[in-house]
Ligand binder design. Structure first.
Ligand code: NAD
Ligand code: USQ
Length: 405
């Protein structure tokens, strides 16, 4: 594989996509971002905004060129609906690698109402399929790298270490011989958003088998932190920091809640255990995935992209201890197990050389410093989680009915 690749990054204006684009550009790859800016539009729809003041795409790209001399291309295309424009761009770019971040990624947003459910399914499934179909139609041979989620496995706590995508099953044959098969780990999504990632997996399975596309599906845990080595280079390169009840993820929410003096909003008992990864490790994993395409063997390479697991309760307690914040155990707006254990294999990235950043390494402080710097931009009324999973959970502002601990 060429050292300097032509890489198309779909969703490259988003939280994970933007720092990945900068990192791969810094490594010498030729980057083109494709994004319809729907994430910025959804901020307007919700009345929310990134805690950090993100510059426009044009300002971001100009700042990158000014700071490093590297040029990143940009095309505003909706990959779910503007198929002809996508084909035109891809036939011109002929990408060696396509990285696909371009989906609606918030579980609470996907459960908000029927309109957001339909949007999430339509956007995510059509977008993924269009990218695969266009690659085949044009006779291209890109390495297709997709950002999936740990959530496709579900959180059933059955005691197994979650393997990387495939579950070995042993079935007695007619002659009583035991036969081994590797099947896609049975999916158990917990939201319409996670459901679309489960459905993406079948699209990949088909295109890898039928068209021999080389596909890497990265099952990523919850990303925390905000800045990377490259986004720190200039204020105009700053990454997004979502904290609102739909898009803010749990650890970043707790870190900023502590800064603005809001109780830490633990859902239920906080016994949900989840997988985490720092944004700096996300970009490193993407560089490793790009440098190590799978064999063309008809099978999707599935890698678990996470570095550690924690329960929500233990994260809240850790942050409360260091900041003095109050922990509020609030009614859970989601339909999820109150408590679960989680063990995950991340052997492939470790074997490729990932040296994980853990919570213990001081970056919690760095994230809180970023939150403190922009705390004046916080809209407190955007903090509560108001999206509920079922109608009978819909009493109003669920997160505000907190009990102090
Ligand atoms: P994000 O919402 O910040 O970024 C997604 C980007 O994709 C946005 O810029 C958006 O405008 C763009 N986009 C969406 N639909 C599009 C379309 N139809 N056409 C073109 N562009 C489109 O999300 P993120 O946090 O950067 O997540 C990126 C990917 O990583 C997602 O697929 C998500 O499922 C996955 N992921 C994220 C996390 C996390 O904690 N943030 C964890 C695991 C997996
Ligand atoms: N939670 C709280 N309090 C809060 C917010 C969340 O207790 O204020 C709890 C939730 O109930 C849940 C857990 O924290 O049990 C994680 O919630 P989250 O919003 O941090 O993460 P999630 O909805 O799972 O989604 C995020 C990203 C998604 C990605 C997923 C990875 O938004 O794109 O796919 O993390 S994973 O969780 O591994 O599937």
């Amino acid at each position: 594989m060429a050292q300097n690749q032509n890489i198309m990054i779909v969703g490259g204006d988003g939280f994970c996509g933007w720092p990945t684009a900068l990192h791969l550009s810094q490594l010498g790859h030729n980057i083109t971002i494709v994004d319809n800016l729907s994430r910025r539009r959804i901020d307007e729809e919700l009345g929310a905004d990134s805690l950090t003041p993100i510059a426009s795409v044009e300002q971001r790209l100009a700042a990158w060129k000014e700071t490093t001399g590297h040029v990143i291309g940009f095309a505003k295309i909706d990959v779910a609906h503007e198929y002809e424009s996508l084909v035109e761009l891809m036939s011109m770019l002929r990408p060696d690698t396509i990285i696909h971040f371009g989906e609606q990624r918030a579980a609470p947003y996907s459960m908000k109402s029927v309109s957001q459910k339909r949007y999430t399914v339509d956007n995510n499934i059509s977008g993924t399929h269009n990218l695969l179909a266009a690659s085949v139609e044009l006779g291209l041979d890109p390495h297709f790298v997709h950002l999936g989620t740990m959530g496709v496995y579900g959180y059933d706590d059955d005691g197994l270490e979650i393997p990387e995508g495939y579950l070995p099953v042993y079935v007695p044959g007619d002659d009583k011989q035991i036969m081994k098969r590797d099947i896609l780990y049975p999916t158990n999504p917990g939201s319409v958003y996670h459901l679309t990632k489960s459905m993406d997996q079948l699209l990949f399975q088909f295109y890898a088998k039928n068209d021999r596309l080389r596909i890497t599906d990265l099952h990523q845990g919850i990303v925390w932190g905000t800045q990377t080595e490259e986004t720190k280079l200039d204020e105009r390169l700053i990454n997004r920091f979502d904290y609102d009840g739909d898009y803010g993820t749990v650890l970043n929410r707790f870190l900023m809640q502590a800064v603005v003096g809001h109780p830490l909003t633990v859902h239920g008992t906080g016994g949900q255990t989840r997988a985490f990864i720092h944004i700096q490790d996300t970009v490193k994993c993407l560089a490793l995935a790009v440098a190590n395409p799978p064999a063309r063997d008809g099978k999707v390479a599935i890698l678990n992209q996470m570095t550690e697991t924690h329960s929500v309760r233990s994260l809240a307690q850790l942050i409360a201890k260091t900041s003095g914040a109050r922990v509020a155990y609030v009614d859970n707006p989601r339909n999820e197990a109150a408590e679960n254990d989680l063990r995950v294999s991340n052997r492939t990235f470790l074997s490729l050389g990932l040296n994980p950043i853990t919570l213990a390494e001081g970056l919690l402080d760095e994230t809180q410093q970023v939150a403190a710097k922009y705390a004046r931009r916080c809209k407190r009324d955007m903090i509560p989680c108001v999206s509920t999973w079922t109608d009978n959970q819909r009493p109003g502002l669920v997160c505000q009915a907190g009990r102090a601990a």
